[in-house]
Unconditional design. Sequence first.
Length: 159
Amino acid sequence: MKATPGRQSRVKQSRDGKARSPIDTYLAAQPRNVRRTLTLIRRAIHAAAPAAIESVSYGLPAFRLNDRPLVAFRAAKAHCAIYPMSPDVIRALADELSAYDVSKGTIRFPIDAPLATTLVKRIVKLRAAELMPTTTRRSTGGVRRRAPSPARFGTRPRS
């Protein structure tokens, strides 16, 4: 799904006339202690990937980079979570994440004990590095194309 210019500007107006992003709307619906924790996470993500675009994906506040999902986060009843969108990132930081409840694609932490901002920045930078285009990729999307075989078309080479 390609992003359109209008997609980035889907911003609601607040009561004071200032623009509100979808993440602002999500955070406004959260209790104060949750909002404080998620705001710290959001700021760390912005610091690590200033070019990332805020969005909402599957109901989660998310960030996109190069038109691909970067990370997402959310609040639950008893914890908050960050979704790096890549099990490779979680594996690379396994030692640092050992104090948290971690699954294949989720890092959960208590609401009153957010992840360290340096750790969030490392998660985001590792994920952003995965999303950066590489110069070694082929223009065919990595699939080698070969010339069709004459046998496939029922013709034989001339002798």
